[in-house]
Design a protein around this ligand. Structure first.
Ligand code: BDR
Ligand code: CA
Length: 397
């Protein structure tokens, strides 16, 4: 597959002022909340006052100076809807090793592999990460309308690029994936970010069953689609191609969507240097991640790509830090018919359609009509920063 041209833009580092301000505010609160009498201290009290002040300052500095501090931000609740899958496994490991996220559940959908196989592999991955506390629930066994297309070539016969994992110590949650999504969204209204990184069948089933979840979801950061050509064929990206009807439901639901598509995932490639770094002093998670990354690199060799794509990990990265991406609001519709284009994410880049009228038996354009954007499409990415971040999170684990 030829590399896809992507608009790359300068992405500036965010200025991290918040923690400092928060510590200042907290220091102010601590000081101003002291009763007046306490200001007149005897010398013993003064020393203990100095000690207390130093201790409080140290604690505040520790909490506020660390970018991952509880004060800087409490973790975002996320649900990862996944079809593991090599890059899915990398995405899951990235999420589980990122304190910015609180993964509330993994829901499994048929895609790269069948749903039972995906469930088995997801359980092995969470077991590897020592997270048997995490609910892992099987969802849809196939697309809403079309037949299941398993992605054997791109994930290897075992679905994990040939990398073997020990049997899982974790057990599956017995709830149906879409039902678990509904339950958690109601439990944490306006807090949950959904991260679908497989075909969107589970999300579509959840929305159809309970549309009231839509305004209660904080965000949807999905891996799927492309505005510059597909990877299954000329037009369609795999996740959308697998279940275009489900994608149609998700894209038209009315919730905020960030689409992390091939436009950015195919220019963000792991290479042998990243793998070597992962392998340095590697624990079991990093070893497994390195094996998956090597498989991805091998897959793309000779195709013109300078490394391996780890698509799904980028959606998790964007949920952690949106500033990796440069996005543009667009109207995106899903092609569900089309001789060559079923599953294409058809994006309106200019935000208008021609207004056409009939005059004297002739169709004429007479102006333009604005269209309402429904998706923030990732059109650029700071690939180097993301890849360094990815490796740093898994290295030594
Ligand atoms: C997407 O398709 C799957 O094969 C990957 O896991 C990823 O979600 C990339 O097109
Ligand atoms: Ca996937």
């Amino acid at each position: 597959m030829p590399p896809i041209l992507t608009q790359r833009r300068e992405i500036r580092e965010p200025i991290r002022r918040e923690p400092q301000n928060q510590s200042q505010t907290l220091a102010r609160l601590v000081i101003s909340s002291r009763p007046e009498g306490e200001l007149r201290m005897n010398s013993r009290n003064r020393w203990s006052g100095v000690f207390n002040f130093t201790l409080v300052s140290l604690i505040l500095c520790f909490l506020a100076c660390s970018p991952r501090s509880a004060f800087a931000q409490s973790p975002h609740r996320v649900i990862i809807d996944t079809d593991p899958g090599t890059d899915d496994a990398l995405a899951i490991l990235l999420a589980l090793n990122s304190p910015e996220l609180r993964v509330e559940a993994l829901t499994i959908v048929a895609g790269n592999v069948t749903a039972p196989k995906g469930l088995e592999d997801a359980l092995k991955v969470v077991s590897l990460a020592g997270r048997c506390d995490l609910p892992v629930a099987k969802g849809a066994e196939g697309p809403l309308v079309s037949r299941l297309l398993a992605d054997r070539f791109w994930n290897g016969p075992n679905g994990l690029g040939g990398a073997e994992l020990p049997p899982s110590r974790c057990t599956a949650d017995t709830r149906f994936g879409p039902d678990l999504i509904i339950e958690l969204v109601h439990k944490y209204p306006h807090e949950i970010t959904l991260i679908p990184i497989g075909p969107e069948t589970n999300l579509a089933l959840a929305v159809r069953k309970d549309p009231s979840i839509v305004p209660l979801v904080k965000n949807v950061v999905l891996m799927g689609g492309s505005i510059s050509g597909g990877n299954v064929n000329a037009a369609a990206e795999f996740n959308i191609y697998c279940d275009p009807e489900a994608a149609g439901v998700v894209f038209n639901a009315g919730w905020p969507i960030t689409m992390v598509g091939l436009d950015v995932t195919e220019v963000t490639l792991v290479n042998n240097t990243h793998v070597a770094e992962l392998e340095q002093g590697a624990g079991p998670q990093a070893k497994f991640a390195a094996a998956l990354a090597r498989f991805q690199i091998g897959l793309y060799q000779g195709t013109g790509f300078q490394g391996g794509a780890i698509h799904d990990a980028l959606a998790v990265g964007a949920a952690i830090d949106p500033s990796f991406l440069n996005t543009k609001a667009m109207r995106v519709d899903i092609e569900t018919a089309g001789g060559f284009t079923r599953g294409e994410t058809v994006a309106n880049r200019h935000g208008t359609v021609d207004k056409i009228e009939e005059h004297a038996g002739l169709l004429e354009s007479v102006g333009v009509t604005p269209v309402q954007p429904n998706v923030n499409v990732a059109v650029g990415i700071d690939s180097r920063r993301f890849l360094e971040f990815f490796v740093s999170r898994l290295k030594g684990k």
